[in-house]
Design a protein. Structure first.
Length: 269
């Protein structure tokens, strides 16, 4: 990895909830353009990390710097989630958060419109701009649906999409905000083997064709090891290992963290 062009620079982050320490002194660096994975047993702090990176939680200790470009720095700490999104950080959630009563098209358009300058009042006062934005939004929404392979489902209600399509819809909506980095929280959870292959291909295309950096939480080791250039392993809120897939697979501390878990907090949690 190159340390002179980081997209995320997370330093010594500690996040506590009362007596629970969810993240303890966590430092993570992601290079621009990199596909980076975060793995670890259930409850290790992976989703908490994403919540810190997107402004949902503010850690008590540490620094989180996002670099939208090489010469720009945005401190995430204390910034509201929608401001973090506007700065160029998009995410999907571990459990689906679609608008079920809206169509596929409408769900993606909401993501696209999240970056528009014209609010409801502006829309009344500046009709020409509003109309242009509307056409551009529709156009971009269609492009994204085609990119993820859902154009034939555009009028289907999100509620009635097959599971694998829902996961791709979530990704399309996140891409609508024009992110520099996309955070994916267990995108393959609950998908079947052929959906996993499609998803692997989609994530790679987002990275290579759109130039979006990817930060990936995933339990499916085959998917993670085939996609990620590097990994961080979290266990009980601490980084216990980092490196390329091959090193991680052979790391004794990682093997112990996974094999040493109890039945209730297995690798698939
Ligand atoms: N809002 C919260 N309030 C209290 N505890 C939380 C909250 N969010 C996360 N935690 C705790 O942080 C720890 C890590 O959880 P999480 O980040 O969801 O782990 P993972 O995504 O790796 O499974 C857990 O012990 C969890 O209970
Ligand atoms: Mg989680």
């Amino acid at each position: 990895m190159s340390t002179d062009d980081l997209i995320f620079d997370v330093r010594d982050v500690t996040l506590r909830f009362g007596g629970v320490t969810s993240l303890n002194n966590v430092s993570i660096q992601q290079s621009r353009g990199e596909i980076l994975a975060v793995i670890g047993p259930n409850g290790a702090g992976k989703t908490s990390l994403f919540n810190c990176l997107t402004g949902v939680y503010t850690p008590q200790v540490g620094e989180i710097i996002f670099h939208p470009s090489q010469d720009q720095s945005v401190s995430i700490m204390g910034r509201l989630p929608h401001k973090v999104t506007q700065a160029g950080v998009a995410r999907t959630f571990q459990t689906s958060r679609m608008f079920n009563a809206l169509t596929t098209f409408e769900n993606v358009k909401i993501g696209v419109e999240a970056r528009h300058k014209t609010g409801p009042i502006g829309a009344m006062l500046h009709l020409p701009r509003r109309n242009r934005e509307e056409r551009e939004s529709d156009q971009r929404t269609l492009e994204l649906l085609a990119f993820v392979g859902l154009e034939h489902r555009m009028n289907t209600l999100a509620d009635s999409l097959p599971y694998g399509d829902r996961r791709r819809l979530e990704i399309a909506r996140a891409l609508g905000t024009n992110p520099k980095v996309l955070l994916l929280d267990e995108p393959a959870a609950g998908t079947n083997p052929s959906e996993k292959l499609e998803l692997t291909d989609l994530i790679r295309r987002i990275n290579q064709e759109m130039g979006v950096s990817i930060l990936l939480i995933e339990h499916d080791m085959r998917l993670v090891m085939s996609l990620a250039e590097r990994l961080y392993v979290l266990n009980f809120g601490e980084v216990i290992a980092t490196g390329p897939p091959k090193e991680i697979q052979e790391n004794p501390a990682v093997i112990t963290a996974y094999l040493g878990t109890t039945e209730t907090e297995g690798v698939s949690g």
